[in-house]
Design a protein around this ligand. Structure first.
Ligand code: MN
Ligand code: MN
Length: 479
């Protein structure tokens, strides 16, 4: 029997094989096409990403962490009445929960801007405005979940408390408990299997009641001869000693429960990163780094927008449906003595958001030919939506062609993907809100396994390719 090597020497390619090579799409196998140095670069890039994940578990934290990074990279706070010159590096913080980082181009925004947008909020459990109660000698906090979660995934695992409390006197305190190694953590209790016969027979979405997603925060009573609610009192006293807060201060607080664990390498080959909040920090970090690392002066102004509220529909003054982004563009347009409407119409945007990586365990929900795969690079999602492309901007053939071209030119590993089979479900991103302003936009991001779970998984190569893709986008001038 011939070895494959000697066989290939003997047998020339058939006409059909040659034709297939020129006409068919290349079979995906991204990782094997990269050099050792490229893989090393991806691994190194993800070390910074892991630090970002651990320090930016909420939109507030992501905003302040991004601002610190921007300052270190020589960016300064944007002032609307100032005139900026090409090459100037600025950041604009919107209400502490969203931020725009930009470099002024040689032509400013006269011929449009190049915009990367990612979101920095993630599904979690928010603490209710009046949360603290005592039941059967346990102190608990009531929650209202934020974004699309599978409730059972949030029980019986360590959670950390993050957020901010504004006190009656107007002063405020930042809260972050459960992240340092000596910190206590919190959890939602779950029913033992022995007594869960009825629970496990329920449909998954009914097995855990949202009103039962309560956080265990204490069990020891305040020492007293008599009196009720002494466990609650003890917890309130601890909070008062630590932060100077009283129960009514919960009313003016934003407190969030997030997984307490840190980002970790996944796999014996360390090829992946597992963490809370990849959706959408895995696009936020590469988008941010692409603008911070930008070399030279771009022709068109480039900017990265890190937005809040995507997971709840982008409403509110920190989400992408808000006018803050448009106002910022308008400020830049005014500086260049052009109408912001024309700027938006000429602008381009990568809506940097994740897509669902093909999961062999759940292959039935994916169309294999139109799914994205771990390690095959950044994924372009032409349209999202559901029920017959409902609620999507659907990028034009022209813009798809444009994006494909600069990805190829810059040797970025890329693939396309839809979010699952037609009519199996669906979802959306911020792309349509930007598109509604007249901007050319397409979704581009990282494939994620276990999306929206407390522990999501991504490939290091794909994270790095997102960075390369956004860098290539910024490097390609608008024609
Ligand atoms: Mn997302
Ligand atoms: Mn999401």
């Amino acid at each position: 029997m011939l070895s494959s090597e000697s066989k290939s020497k003997i047998e020339p390619k058939t006409e059909a094989e040659k034709l297939k090579e020129s006409l068919f799409m290349e079979k995906k196998n991204g990782a094997s096409r990269l050099t050792g140095a490229q893989i090393k670069a991806a691994d190194d890039f993800c070390e910074g990403y892991k630090a970002f994940l651990d320090n930016a578990k909420t939109e507030r934290e992501a905003t302040s962490y991004a601002v610190e990074m921007a300052k270190k990279a020589g960016f300064s706070k944007f002032e609307a009445d100032k005139t900026y010159k090409p090459g100037d590096k600025i950041y604009y913080v919107n209400k502490k929960k969203s931020v725009i980082v930009a470099i002024i181009g040689k032509e400013g925004v006269k011929n449009g801007a190049q915009i990367a947008v990612a979101h920095i909020d993630s599904p979690r459990l928010d603490i209710k405005p009046n949360p603290l109660y005592e039941a059967s000698d346990l102190a608990m906090l009531k929650t209202h979940y934020y974004g699309g979660i599978k409730k059972y995934q949030w029980t019986a695992m360590p959670l950390a408390l993050h957020g901010k409390i504004v006190k009656k006197d107007g002063t405020s305190v930042g809260v972050r408990i459960g992240e340092d190694k000596d910190d206590p953590v919190f959890c939602v209790t779950d029913l033992l299997p022995h007594l869960a016969k009825e629970q496990v027979a329920k449909p998954l979405h009914k097995a855990i009641d949202a009103e039962n997603l309560n956080i265990l925060v204490g069990s020891r009573p305040f020492k007293s001869e008599k009196g009720a609610e002494l466990v609650k009192l003890n917890i309130m006293k601890i909070l008062n000693d630590k932060y100077g807060v009283v129960e009514s201060d919960f009313l003016s607080a934003e407190l969030e429960m997030v997984p307490a664990f840190k980002a970790k390498d996944v796999g014996l080959d360390r090829s992946m990163v597992g963490a809370y909040g990849h959706d959408d920090r895995v696009c936020a970090y590469p988008s941010l780094m692409a603008v911070l690392d930008y070399k030279g002066v771009p022709k068109n102004t480039v900017m990265t927008v890190l937005a809040d509220k995507e997971e709840t529909g982008s409403d509110g003054n920190t989400g992408m449906k808000s006018a803050f982004f448009m106002y910022f563009v308008a400020d830049l347009a005014k500086m260049d003595k052009v109408d912001y409407k024309h700027v938006l119409m000429k602008s381009q945007c990568l809506s940097a958001d994740v897509n669902a990586a093909f999961d062999p365990a759940y292959s039935a929900v994916y169309d294999p030919a139109n799914s994205c795969y771990i390690n095959n690079g950044v994924v372009i999602t032409k349209y999202t939506g559901s029920g017959g492309k409902f609620g999507t901007s659907d990028a034009s053939a022209e813009f798809m062609g444009y994006v494909r071209n600069f990805l190829e030119k810059n040797k970025v590993l890329w693939q396309t993907g839809e979010l699952g089979k037609v009519d199996i479900g669906g979802g959306g991103t911020i792309a349509k809100y930007i598109a509604n302003l007249g901007v050319d936009v397409v979704d581009l991001g990282v494939p994620v396994l276990s999306m929206h779970a407390p522990f999501e998984v991504v490939s290091k190569i794909d994270v790095f390719m997102a960075y390369k893709a956004i860098t290539a986008f910024f490097d390609t001038d608008i024609e």
